[in-house]
Design a protein around this ligand. Structure first.
Ligand code: PEP
Ligand code: MG
Length: 527
C-alpha cells in the first residue's frame, strides 16, 4: 500500500511538472490535458478497488493497477463517443505512468528523434505526444486515433501537423522513407514522385484548419447537421470551449471582457487593451469562427464606466444597441479594437448586435461599423458579417425585414422569453412564468428561423435554452442550424443532439406551435 501511495505522489509531481512546462510552451488548453489526468490519481472510483485488490486479494500494486485500469479503460474504449474514448487514452496514459514509476523506469519519452521526422504510430498517448520535440518532428500520422483525442489538442498546441485514422497500412512504411504530409487535408504521400513533390512543395502549405479537439461534425441520429458553438466571456472559458470541442464561439460576451478590463484599468478600457483581449480569444480559438457580440451593457449588466442614471425599468431602458447608438464614439472605438485584433490574427470577423428592436437601429449601427471597417483598411480582405440578436419580440415579428439585411441571426432566448412573457428573467417570484416552452416563445423562434432561411441566412440559438434538454429537441425540430451553449455544457449537448431524430421532431415541433401552454408542449414531447 505504501508503494501505491508513493507512486501516486510521484505521478502527481510528474504530471504537475508536465502541465507547467506545457503551459509555458503552448498554452492552458494543452496543460489542462495533464491537469485532468492528475484528477484520476485521486479518483475514489479507481483508488478504492485498487486498494481492495491489494489489501483483500493480496495483489501487488502493479497488478492491482493493471486490473482496475484495464477494466475501466476497456469498457470506455468500446463506446462510440469520441470524448469518452479520449478519456480512455488518458486513463491508459496514467496507468503506464504509474507502472513505470513502480518498476523504476523513467517517465515515458519518445526516444531519440532525428530532425524532420514524421512520427508514424498506431496511436499516441497524451504524454507521448507532449514529449515530442516540435523542432524535430514535422508531422504525426496515426493509423488509428480520432480528431477528438487529446493527441489532437497537444499536436496543435505544439504546432505539429497531424493526420489521424490513416489505417494500418501506414504502419508498414519503413523508417527513413520520404513522406509528405498535409495536416489540413489529411494527405499522406509516401515516397512522392517528382510531379507530386513539385506540386506540394512549391506552394506554401495552406494554413492548418486547426479544428477543435472534439470539433467533429455534429449531426442528429438521422444525419441533420447541427453546429455546436460556445458562449464565452473570457479567455479561460474559450480554452474550456476548445477542450470541449466547440466548433467556434457563437457568443462572445464582450461586456464581460470590458468589465474585467475596467476593473483592472479603473476606467473605460483603451482600444489597445481591448484589442489585446479580443486577440487572446482569437488566438485561443486558432482560426475557428468567433461571433463577437457588440457591448451589451445595461439592464442586468451595468458597466462601471457608463452612467445609467436612475431607471424605473432598466430591462426596458438604456441597454444593448441603444447605448451603442447613443455613444457612437465608444461603439466605434470598440469596433476599431475588434478590427485591429482581427488584422493581427488574420481572421474573419463576425459581429452581432444586441437588443435590436427595429431595422433602423440595425442600419445606423451598420453605418458606424462600416465606417470603421473602411478606415481599418487592412481587414477589408477578410470576410466580415454583421448579424442581429433576435431577443426582442419586435425583432422576431419583423424578422423577414431584418433577414434581408442582417447576415445571420442569433436568437437570444433568455431575453426573448423575458420580453415575450413580461417576466423578469432574474426574479425568482415569477420564475414559474418564465417558460421558453411557452408556445408564444416557440412561435417567435419559428418565425425567426423561417425568415432567416428564406433569405439563406443561418439561425443560431445562443440563450440558455440551447443547452436545455427539454427545449433542444424542439429547437432542432424548428430547424435551428446552430446551438451556442456554455462551454461546460458542450459535451452533454453534443450527446443529446446525436440522440435526436430530426425527421421525427419536425412534425412534433410544428404541432407544438399549435398548442396553448408550455405544459401541453411538455406533454407532447413526453409522448
Ligand atoms: C440572451 O438574451 O439569450 C442572450 C444570449 O444574451 P444575454 O443572456 O447575455 O442577455
Ligand atoms: Mg440578451
Amino acid at each position: 500500500m505504501l508503494r501505491l501511495h508513493g507512486a501516486l505522489t510521484e505521478a502527481a509531481g510528474q504530471l504537475e511538472a508536465l502541465s507547467t512546462d506545457l503551459r509555458s510552451r503552448t498554452g492552458a488548453a494543452e496543460a489542462a490535458v495533464f491537469e485532468a489526468q492528475a484528477l484520476f490519481l485521486h479518483d475514489p472510483a479507481l483508488l478504492a478497488p485498487i486498494e481492495a485488490a491489494i489489501l483483500e486479494d493480496g495483489l501487488q500494486a502493479e497488478l492491482a493497477i493493471d486490473v482496475v485500469f484495464e477494466d475501466t479503460t476497456s469498457t470506455l474504449e468500446t463506446l462510440e463517443d469520441s470524448e469518452i474514448r479520449a478519456r480512455a487514452a488518458d486513463l491508459r496514459d496514467v496507468q503506464q505512468r504509474l507502472i513505470a514509476i513502480l518498476s523504476g523506469d523513467a517517465p515515458p519519452t519518445p526516444g531519440t528523434l532525428v530532425r524532420d521526422t514524421i512520427v508514424v504510430a498506431p496511436d499516441l498517448l497524451p504524454s507521448e505526444t507532449a514529449g515530442l520535440a516540435s523542432d524535430m518532428v514535422r508531422g504525426i500520422v496515426l493509423a488509428g486515433g480520432a480528431p477528438a483525442a487529446h493527441v489532437a489538442i497537444l499536436a496543435r498546441g505544439l504546432g505539429i501537423p497531424l493526420v489521424v485514422g490513416a489505417g494500418d497500412t501506414v504502419l508498414q512504411v519503413a523508417p527513413g522513407r520520404e513522406t509528405l504530409l498535409d495536416g489540413s487535408t489529411g494527405l499522406v504521400l509516401v515516397e512522392p514522385d517528382e510531379v507530386e513533390r513539385t506540386r506540394y512543395l512549391s506552394s506554401p502549405p495552406p494554413p492548418i484548419a486547426a479544428p477543435g479537439p472534439s470539433a467533429s461534425r455534429l449531426e442528429t441520429g438521422d444525419g441533420r447537421r447541427v453546429r455546436l458553438f460556445a458562449n464565452v466571456g473570457s479567455r479561460a472559458e474559450a480554452e474550456l470551449a476548445l477542450r470541449n470541442g466547440a466548433e467556434g464561439i457563437g457568443l462572445l460576451r464582450t461586456e464581460f471582457l470590458l468589465a474585467t478590463l475596467a476593473s483592472s484599468h479603473g476606467a473605460v478600457p483603451g482600444e489597445d487593451a481591448l484589442a489585446a483581449a479580443y486577440g487572446e480569444i482569437y488566438e485561443t480559438m486558432a482560426g475557428l469562427p468567433v461571433v463577437v457580440r457588440a457591448m451589451d451593457a445595461g439592464g442586468d449588466k451595468p458597466l462601471p464606466f457608463l452612467d445609467f442614471g436612475q431607471e424605473a425599468n432598466p430591462a426596458l431602458g438604456w441597454r444593448g444597441i441603444r447605448v451603442l447608438l447613443d455613444q457612437p464614439d465608444l461603439f466605434a472605438a470598440q469596433t476599431r479594437a475588434l478590427f485591429q485584433a482581427a488584422a493581427i490574427h488574420d481572421t474573419d470577423i463576425r459581429l452581432m448586435l444586441p437588443l435590436i428592436s427595429n431595422l433602423d437601429e440595425f442600419r445606423r449601427a451598420r453605418e458606424i461599423v462600416e465606417q470603421v471597417r473602411q478606415e481599418a483598411g487592412s481587414t477589408l480582405q477578410h470576410q466580415f458579417r454583421l448579424g442581429v440578436m433576435v431577443e426582442v419580440p419586435a425583432a422576431a415579428l419583423t424578422a423577414d425585414a431584418l433577414a434581408r439585411e442582417a447576415e445571420f441571426f442569433s436568437i437570444g432566448t433568455n431575453d426573448l422569453a423575458q420580453y415575450t412573457l413580461a417576466c423578469d428573467r432574474g426574479n425568482p417570484r415569477v420564475a414559474q412564468l418564465y417558460q421558453v416552452l411557452h408556445p408564444a416563445v416557440l412561435r417567435l423562434i419559428e418565425m425567426s428561423v423561417r425568415a432567416a432561411h428564406a433569405m439563406g441566412r443561418t439561425a443560431a440559438v445562443c440563450g440558455e435554452a440551447a443547452a436545455d434538454p427539454d427545449v433542444v429537441p424542439l429547437l432542432i425540430g424548428l430547424g435551428v442550424d446552430e446551438l451556442s451553449v456554455g462551454a461546460a455544457k458542450l459535451p452533454a449537448v453534443r450527446q443529446l443532439v446525436r440522440s435526436l431524430d430530426y425527421v421525427e421532431l419536425r412534425p412534433r415541433a410544428a404541432e407544438a406551435l399549435t398548442l396553448a401552454t408550455a405544459d401541453e408542449v411538455r406533454a407532447l414531447l413526453a409522448r
